[in-house]
Design a binder for this molecule. Structure first.
Ligand SMILES: [Zn+2]
Length: 56
């Protein structure tokens, strides 16, 4: 079975640990082919909501 975005982000977080990250590259989470409106950093796996990104 293909790894879901949530599982992928979880793995990134574990591998990245607590190193600093500027999170410049974020990707929208997709579930069953639909964007969920949540984003994760493709480097450290930290989650961002659409709201978080708007307030930046
Ligand atoms: Zn990051």
């Amino acid at each position: 079975m293909r790894e879901s975005d949530a599982e992928y982000a979880e793995r990134l977080r574990k591998e990245w640990g607590d190193k600093p990250c500027d999170c410049t590259h974020k990707k929208q989470e997709h579930l069953l082919g639909m964007g969920t409106g949540d984003y994760y950093c493709i480097q450290c796996g930290r989650w961002y909501t659409a709201e978080d990104l708007r307030n930046k």
